[in-house]
Design a protein. Structure first.
Length: 583
């Protein structure tokens, strides 16, 4: 029985395996067929991200068109794509973590903190009026000897300043001598009182009493140590009663007088802390408190004047020097604060970019309150649980408000391997397809202006390239690390001869300014003649007007030109009274 069952079991196993294979095959057909069908159907249905939103110029992200074409420089426009999300809130921008790292996005949470508002003012050092003495004669006469020769001379208390000849003093001395001869104590005391009334020193009175001789000149001494601030006499001058001969200032105490504009005055009070420094004293900071606020404003500037008393025993502080001062107002507890760097200041509003999480950001309008040197109070527009962007916010704000070209960073990120740059051909080898060119600086790669050799891609016609040709080159970084010329744009002779830089005049507000590079981030208004919406972008400030640049946050009007794809500010029409010096 056992030998007969074995063939049967073998046949049964084969049949079972065959049936199982058929079942698995049918199931696999349906499963993978459905998958392939779904994939095929999905690829046939165009998604929103497959259709460009608009086309933009490679070297001018504000030049947009609704169809393919050429930029003002003759380059092909680049398509910009919408993200595939269907129900995104209006104004919300979504970026990948890679793009977030590329534009250095950093966030900070909204915080409750105590803010000590500060205002920046200019102060002037002056001598303490309480410690300045004025020397006047109490009798008319002639200056016989003058021991102080110039304003600024230092004197010590008791040092002789001048000698005076006065006929009247001579007569009083003779009366004194007569009273001494007569030994009349009443007359002696009366004569001495008269000499003291005319400010004759006790030493001189003692000399007259001892020598029994009249002094033709009387020496007058300094009542205190200090510096001669005013010197109004010379030897031989005739002086009369009431004339100021000297002003002597004690240097051990000085005043710092602060000019406070009317709009800054709120919150400034006696006892307010003041921090200040002087340009001529490097790396040293000073502190003091306001001890007096003058009851009336300056008649010319209308500024309020506040005073700080300063100890000057080391004689470091010099009268009439300017100080850079910061007045700290009374501290205020603020429920919602953000770093100052998070605020985007525009001509008619202030905005911050809120981080919503999962790579989503949104620009919102806010109302600002008090601020110190690092933080600002937000009175409306944010909640306590929000986080805001503190770096990279200008680009995010531009896209959130639909005024720039942020979306293409995600879709066209691979194009960061290629850049367009203005260049001049130095030499061309048409056989080896090697071009030697001097190109402008390439900011994307941190390249300076330089001359270098490039290989040219095989399908690019270079027959028109010759030494001296000015053009725009597209330089592409290959996987091997080599840099090649992948496209060119040559202006024709007529265009080169007649071309003038495009220019526009527009309003704007400076958000940030780099003194070293001369580059300012400006939120400008719309440009109607070019059909451009408002935008926030970088401008190069022409070196001839960098000393005229307006203050950050101040609205102004300016004119810029486009030179080789770079936006250059050439004039500030309404900034004549708003110059700001940068150190």
């Amino acid at each position: 029985m056992a030998s007969e069952a074995k063939p049967f079991n073998t046949r049964l196993s084969i049949m079972s395996a065959l049936c199982a294979g058929i079942v698995i095959g049918v199931a696999s057909f349906y499963f993978w067929g459905a998958k392939l069908s779904a994939f095929s159907n999905q690829s046939e249905i165009p998604t929103k991200s497959d259709e460009p939103l608009y086309w933009v110029a490679p070297m001018d992200p504000n030049y947009r068109r609704d169809k393919p074409g050429k930029s003002p420089m003759g380059m092909d426009l680049i398509p910009v794509y919408q993200e595939s999300e269907q129900d995104k809130d209006v104004g919300v921008v979504t970026i990948s973590s890679t793009v977030s790292n590329n534009i250095a996005v950093k966030t900070a949470p909204v915080e409750k903190r105590t803010i000590s508002p500060t205002i920046d003012v200019i102060g002037t050092l002056k001598y303490s009026d309480d410690d300045v003495v004025h020397v006047h004669p109490r009798i008319a006469g002639w200056v016989e000897r003058l021991y102080i020769k110039a304003k600024g001379d230092r004197v010590q208390k008791g040092q002789v300043l001048y000698e005076l000849y006065s006929p009247e003093l001579v007569n009083i001395q003779e009366e004194y001598l007569l009273s001494l001869q007569g030994n009349d104590s009443a007359l002696i005391k009366a004569s001495e009182r008269k000499l003291r009334a005319f400010n004759v020193p006790e030493t001189s009175i003692a000399d007259i009493r001892r020598t029994r001789q009249v002094k033709q000149t009387i020496a007058f001494s300094s009542p205190q140590s200090g510096v001669v601030e005013n010197l109004n006499i010379r030897e031989g001058y005739f002086v009369e009663l009431g004339k100021t001969l000297f002003s002597i200032a004690d240097l051990s105490k000085v005043w710092l007088e602060l000019e406070i504009l009317p709009q800054q005055a709120d919150g400034v009070a006696i006892g307010s802390e003041v921090q200040f420094n002087f340009d001529y004293i490097a790396n040293e900071k000073f502190h003091g408190v306001i001890d007096y606020i003058y009851p009336s404003a300056d008649s010319k500037s209308r500024a309020l004047i506040a005073r700080v008393r300063l100890d000057n025993t080391e004689r470091k502080l010099k009268a009439n020097m300017f100080a850079n001062a910061k007045i700290v107002k009374q501290a205020v507890n603020a429920d919602i604060t953000v770093p100052l760097s998070a605020v985007i200041r525009l001509a008619d509003s202030n905005r911050v970019v809120v981080a919503l999480g999962n790579g989503e950001f949104k620009s919102v309008n806010v109302d600002l309150g008090i601020s110190d040197s690092n933080y600002v109070e937000i009175r409306n527009g944010l909640d306590q649980q929000d986080s805001v962007v503190v770096t990279g916010q200008f680009l995010l704000d531009s896209e959130s408000s639909k005024t720039s070209d942020f979306l293409r960073y995600s879709k066209l990120q691979s194009q960061a391997e290629s850049v367009w740059v203005a260049a001049t051909i130095k030499a061309v080898d048409h056989k080896t397809r090697v071009v030697n060119a001097r190109h402008d600086p390439i900011e994307e790669w941190d390249w300076p202006e330089m001359v270098m050799d490039f290989n040219v891609v095989d399908d690019l016609d270079i027959s028109l390239l010759n030494a001296g040709t000015s053009l725009h080159l597209e330089i592409t970084k290959q996987a091997s690390g080599d840099y090649v010329i992948s496209n060119i744009h040559i202006m024709d002779n007529h265009e080169m001869a007649d071309a003038k830089p495009s220019s526009a005049t527009v309003t704007g507000v400076i958000n940030q300014y780099d003194v070293d590079t001369g580059i300012a981030n400006i939120s400008r208004g719309p440009i109607e003649k070019w059909q451009r919406e408002a935008a926030t972008m970088d401008f190069l400030i022409h070196e001839n007007i960098r000393n005229q640049i307006p203050e950050i946050g101040q609205a102004f009007t300016f004119t810029f030109e486009i030179h080789d794809g770079e936006f250059v500010v050439v004039a500030f029409e309404q900034a004549a009274n708003q110059q700001h010096m940068h150190h």
